[in-house]
Write a protein that binds this ligand. Sequence first.
Ligand SMILES: [Zn+2]
Length: 258
Amino acid sequence: MMSNASNIADLTWVEYRHRLAEDDAIVMIPVGALEQHGPHLPLSVDTLLTTEITNRAAARIGALVAPPVAYGCRSQPRSSGGNHFPGTTSLEAGTMTALIRDLINGLARHGVRQIAVINGHLENDAFLSEGIERAMVELHRDGLSDVKVLKMSYFETISPETIDTIWPDGFPGLALEHAAVMETSMMLHVAPGLVHMDRLPDEAPADIPPYDVYPPETGWVPPSGGMSPAHSATAQIGKTLIDEFVTLVAESVGGEFR
Ligand SMILES: [Zn+2]
């Protein structure tokens, strides 16, 4: 895609060391999921969109980007459809917590002092916080007290003005936007070849109660896995959303660290 940000996986270790020494480096880590997104979008949506937004934001502020975390925390019926769909391959909370703790520890011990974790899957959020907190405790204990981590779930930053423009009849809410207008539009803008608009189901939005039950009630979720209709998705809406998210991520990370 069109980013010219530096992915640290593409650098040699010598180049990477040089980049860390040369300026006040920021490393951004995109975190997504492998998760069903209806019959019309690929399983990679959360990873693909988060990586794209992170790459574009990083290019604006001169940050480095680490390889994405391509698996996410356990998907929940009320927000993402749930784990009963084939392909939704989830991490336990403890796995995610340990994984992000290890990544932050590893980056920091080689000299990175400014790390931004950019999340694109709702259920990851609290466990990313937990992993970051654990890394901070360990780094402080070892005398590395100048490491700072920013965590941001990019989709939470959508502005009221954009919501009113895209959903004039009322915003269904972030949970019901799973595989719906927001994500489908962004995919049409970023990776149209992976979107199958001819396979969109004709279903009513999910009717979800304000609580969870265990074992999960899979019948709450529409059979297709989409939480609300995506027929009004367009690449133009996707561009509006991506541009807004890239700007907010770039301004947040750039503003906090420089
Ligand atoms: Zn998603």
